[in-house]
Design a protein. Structure first.
Length: 286
């Protein structure tokens, strides 16, 4: 009996050590994520004098100091930036969802001679660094007369997203082909099958693509900065860059702008994340 008790006690000890290690790891990971956000939030409430005389984690003297947020809106032209970003997001995400889902539908449901070649080209495209094709891409965009317009980043975001195609492809492969056959028996053509059968069952995939693509477009700095140099065409990422002056960066204003940029992303993610991988296609054949 003593041996059994010793074995049980050793097992409980190992289990306690394991749980403690897991919780410590989670706490450390949370601190790594939350401390930078806390520093940004505290900095957004400080004045220039407090920034010079205090540490990053020191508390502001006035918790209701909104002067930096007002400066971010006025000098950073955040309202215009949010409008441009929303315009680009709307068309980019809509085009990505339509093009990606149609491409995945054609690859999975249609058998044509160049099918494997197309899949191979998609894989090769993911391996090519985007920076190596920027000169040619810029020349193409400029030849279309889209430079310094909001349509330049929209075209680039819609035409270079291979990840969304693979996301849609994985979900379409889980949709039974019997649904297509039943729709065709009722007289539906290929486009009708896609529009009325396949597309409604892709809600989890659409939510996934919207979140991934939306965050990528929302946070992107390089493409808007390169293809939309005018201040009136700035996005939320390039608007923050305006606070960097010749004598240094206004970190209190940049932090206030960063908080304004983070909030919409956080709210949209909290709203859409529950739709990811909910299994809308389960039981579709019943």
């Amino acid at each position: 009996m003593s041996t059994v008790r010793q074995t049980a006690a050793a097992a409980r000890t190992r289990s306690l050590i394991g749980r403690t290690f897991v919780y410590l790891t989670l706490v450390l990971a949370s601190l790594v994520i939350l401390i930078p956000l806390a520093v940004v939030f505290l900095t957004s409430l400080k004045t220039s004098e407090e920034m010079a005389d205090s540490g990053p984690l020191s508390l502001p003297s006035n918790w209701f100091n909104l002067a930096n947020y007002a400066t971010a809106f006025s000098d950073g032209k955040m309202i215009t930036a949010f409008g441009n970003t929303a315009f680009i997001l709307l068309f980019s995400i809509t085009g990505t969802v339509i093009i990606g889902s149609m491409t995945a539908y054609a690859i999975d449901r249609f058998h044509f001679p160049a099918r494997k070649l197309v899949m191979g080209l998609f894989l090769i495209a993911t391996l090519v660094p985007a920076v190596t094709t920027q000169v040619a891409t810029f020349q193409v965009v400029n030849s279309f007369g889209l430079f310094d317009t909001r349509w330049a980043p929209i075209l680039l975001y819609m035409g270079t997203d291979i990840v969304s195609i693979y996301i849609f492809l994985q979900f379409i492969r889980g949709i039974p082909v019997s649904l297509d056959e039943a729709a065709r028996l009722d007289g539906a053509n290929s486009f009708t099958v896609y529009r009325k059968v396949i597309f409604p069952l892709l809600k989890p995939a659409i939510a996934t693509v919207v979140i991934i693509k939306g965050i990528t477009v929302y946070n992107d700095f390089y493409i808007p900065f390169l293809y939309m140099p005018s201040e009136d065409l700035g996005t939320v990422s390039t608007a923050l860059f305006r606070f960097k002056g010749p004598f240094g960066a206004h970190w209190e204003n940049i932090s206030a702008g960063a908080i304004l940029v983070i909030l919409p992303t956080l709210l949209i993610f909290l709203f859409l994340q529950r739709y990811i991988y909910n299994g809308f296609a389960q039981g579709a054949t019943k």
